[in-house]
Design a protein around this ligand. Structure first.
Ligand code: CTP
Length: 190
């Protein structure tokens, strides 16, 4: 499937952890369809502000876990503020930005729809619809697993939300399953 992306605006990747958002975008960078500098990745902004993109709060005692969760929440909040400011600046300059985060909650998506409206630029959704089984297998094989419970929660939320995304105000939506994603290609200036 060819994903047609206009010359300016926001492209929201939507999918649970392990759906392959970063892998797909980096493949597109390798194939020279997009620039690395066009990607805004929440993991990278977490690293930028907090030296880590993930804190394993689940693997600690309940008390320790609560403290770590609060730390992660604060770190994430700082990371997103910085990332969103960069996305706004890029919209002002009529640049295209591919946003690499899960965007599973409607308020997370709404935020970018409002930014796109504010700057009069188009917003495209690219939905990665990958089976729960694949998400869990990939998680167990990665260096920093997100954890079974978290992946299952994300998958349930994704299943619920994916039906309503088409009514939210995106200019164009692409739905990609595992096979389609393997053959997907980003076309520019469409
Ligand atoms: N992966 C895979 N096959 C794919 C895509 C991803 O095996 N077709 C693996 C990657 O090698 C990585 C893990 O799945 O170990 C997560 O891939 P990533 O692209 O980072 O997924 P994201 O959706 O970006 O996950 P997150 O939101 O957690 O960053």
């Amino acid at each position: 499937m060819n994903i047609k992306i206009p010359n300016a605006g926001i492209v929201l990747l939507i999918g649970p952890s392990n759906s392959g958002k970063s892998t797909f975008l980096l493949k597109m960078v390798d194939e020279r369809s997009i620039l690395k500098s066009e990607i805004a990745s929440s993991d990278e902004y977490r690293q930028m502000v907090g030296d880590t993109d993930f804190i394993h709060w689940q693997q600690h005692s309940p008390d320790e876990s609560e403290v770590l969760f609060q730390q992660y929440h604060q770190l994430s909040s700082e990371a997103f503020q910085l990332m969103d400011a960069a996305i706004e600046a890029r919209c002002r300059l009529n640049k295209t930005t591919f946003v690499d985060a899960t965007h599973l909650r409607d308020e997370d998506r709404k935020k970018y729809i409002l930014i796109a409206q504010k700057f009069h630029v188009p917003i495209t959704a690219v939905i990665l619809d990958i089976s729960e089984e694949t998400l869990l297998t990939r998680d167990s094989e990665r260096d920093q697993p997100r954890g079974k419970k978290r992946i299952k929660q994300q998958f349930q939320l994704f299943k619920k939300e994916k039906r309503t995304i088409k009514k939210e105000g995106f200019n164009k939506i692409y739905y990609l399953n595992e096979e389609a994603l393997d053959h997907a290609f980003i076309e520019r200036g469409k």
